[in-house]
Each structure stands twice: as C-alpha cells, then as structure tokens.
Ligand binder design. Structure first.
Ligand code: SF4
Length: 99
C-alpha cells in the first residue's frame, strides 16, 4: 500500500513541526530527516514499524487523515496500474496526433 514500503514521505517546511507533534500525540515517534529547504523526509523503512508512523496497521487507515500532509492529500496524481485508489482519476487525453 502507499503508506508502507520503501517510500519517502516528503513534508513541506511548514508541515514538519506538526507531523512531529501529531506523532507524539499518538504515542509514536516520527523519524524525520531534514532537507536543505527546511522540509522533511520520512523514510518509512527507518521508522519503528517500517511504515508511516501515522498508519494504523490494524485497519490500514491514516490516523491523521484530516491533517495529513499535502503530498498525501494530492495522491494519487495519475492512474497507476493495479492501484484501486487511482481508478477514480480520469485518464489524461492522448496528445493529438493529427498533422
Ligand atoms: S500521513 Fe497518513 S496518508 Fe500520509 S503516508 Fe502517513 S498514513 Fe499514509
């Protein structure tokens, strides 16, 4: 699933503090490496449960769904084969090939 696996969750600079705080409120730790621009990277495989620290592994639900990071809210951006979540996205029209 999208909240697990060898994925890096990118946090915008204004999201890092809140992400730490929400993790602490949930009684978990978020291991975030800071990026040069002040944002953060959450490498799931570096986390205690090797998934997003906000993931409820019993239900596969996001425990901060209403406050999830921007990149999570924007996901998915395009249809991905085999990804049921992306099925609702209207495929982009093929470029016009007429001369
Ligand atoms: S914050 Fe929520 S939606 Fe985003 S990766 Fe973590 S569990 Fe998934």
């Amino acid at each position: 699933m999208c909240c697990r696996g060898p994925i890096i969750l990118r946090l915008e600079p204004d999201e890092v503090t809140g992400f730490y705080r929400r993790a602490a409120d949930l009684g978990t730790e978020a291991r975030i490496s800071r990026a040069a621009d002040g944002g953060g990277n959450v490498l799931f495989l570096d986390q205690e449960r090797e998934c997003c620290p906000m993931l409820d592994t019993a239900t596969s639900g996001c425990r901060i769904y209403d406050q999830r990071p921007r990149v999570c809210r924007d996901f998915p951006r395009k249809r991905e084969p085999g990804c049921a979540i992306s099925e609702w996205i209207t495929p982009e029209p093929e470029p016009d090939q007429t001369p």
